[in-house]
Design a protein around this ligand. Structure first.
Ligand code: TRP
Length: 329
């Protein structure tokens, strides 16, 4: 079972990232043969960014993933740009990608509307690079948040079109979404996902927020009318907190509803704050130990890239032969 996922190198990760994606990575690490996790710095260049800060963000994300429990001896953890085959495959796959399909991508539409100066062609090609990331490892499963559904469907379409146009090289990957907590919402705005780019500071809880900040943000989270702690469409705020609580404690949402039946929002929010603090405190502690040793982090990424490259280079030999580009054999 080959498992692959990619994560953006943003400076700080939040509870939405942890619950929606990183937890799935940890689970994948146990089953993957191998599980491959990629910090996607090339994707980060598809919108305005700071070239001086990017390498630092990659190290931040590396340390955060390891603090959360990824073990470079049990998975492959690497930086996308270190394995140049991803870039080459992006160009080659663009020959089996319909222009109209890329125009229909929600993320492209959203991000291009928000972009102030320049809508980069790399933003348009973003889903093709993502397909290359996945397909180059002949991935079976991709653990990732709900917002990546459309990109995954496109990756499958690209694999199918390549296989029927050239040769049966690629595997059609499956999208694995967590049942509970796939969409952690902004604590202040329940129609928006918790997001580094768009949430206000009080709307998101960072994994490395100090315990007091975690408690304060949960306490001030927007709740809904009524007093009952139950999940319901008209109670998006409480539903979000119930899911966060369930995941933090490793129980079912029904268990949370039962436990807080009749207790009211105040007591419930206090308990959610404590559960989150308990979940995050050990991660934050390990992050503080790991992050200062940059040589060790770089060494980890180098080792990961070497292992990833071995697999990627094998696929590229097949792709080039199938497409009739480059020297044969
Ligand atoms: N687009 C993904 C996100 O924003 C990140 C990503 C890049 C990815 N390449 C990937 C996710 C490959 C899964 C597989 O979350």
């Amino acid at each position: 079972m080959r498992i692959f996922s990619g994560i953006q190198p943003t400076g700080r990760k939040h509870v939405g990232n942890y619950i929606g994606a990183i937890r799935g990575y940890l689970e994948g690490q146990e089953r993957g043969d191998p599980a491959i996790y990629c910090i996607v710095d090339l994707h980060a260049t598809s919108v305005a960014y700071d070239p001086k800060a990017l390498p630092r963000y990659v190290l931040d994300t590396t340390a955060m993933l390891m603090a959360a429990g990824l073990d470079p001896d049990r998975c492959i953890l690497f930086r996308q740009s270190d394995v140049r085959e991803h870039s080459e495959l992006t160009w080659l796959l663009s020959s089996v990608t319909a222009y109209g399909d890329l125009q229909r991508m929600h993320q492209f539409k959203d991000k291009s509307e928000r972009e102030q100066e320049l809508v980069r062609t790399s933003l348009f090609l973003y889903p093709v690079l993502q397909a290359a990331d996945i397909l180059i490892y002949k991935t079976d499963e991709v653990p990732v948040g709900d917002d990546q559904r459309q990109h995954l469907e496109l990756a499958r379409e690209i694999a199918r079109r390549f296989n029927s146009t050239y040769a049966e090289v690629f595997v059609e990957p499956r999208h694995v979404i967590p049942d509970v907590g796939a969409r952690v919402m902004d604590l202040q705005d329940h129609v928006a996902k918790m997001s580094t780019t768009y949430s206000s500071d009080s709307g998101l809880v960072y994994i490395d927020d100090p315990p007091d900040a975690v408690r304060r943000k949960v306490k001030r989270a927007q709740t809904d009318s009524g007093t009952e702690v139950v999940r319901a469409p008209e109670k998006p705020g409480i539903t979000n907190l119930i899911e966060i609580m369930a995941v933090s404690r490793g129980v079912e949402p029904e268990d949370v509803e039962r436990e807080f039946d009749g207790q009211g929002y105040g007591a419930f929010k206090e308990a959610v704050g404590e559960a989150l603090v308990e979940l995050l405190a050990p991660v934050r502690g390990r992050y503080e130990e790991l992050r200062p040793d940059e040589d060790a982090l770089r060494e980890t990424l180098r080792g990961g890239a070497e292992r990833a490259r071995t697999i990627a280079a094998g696929t590229m030999t097949e792709v080039r032969a199938a497409m009739g580009v480059g020297e044969l054999g």
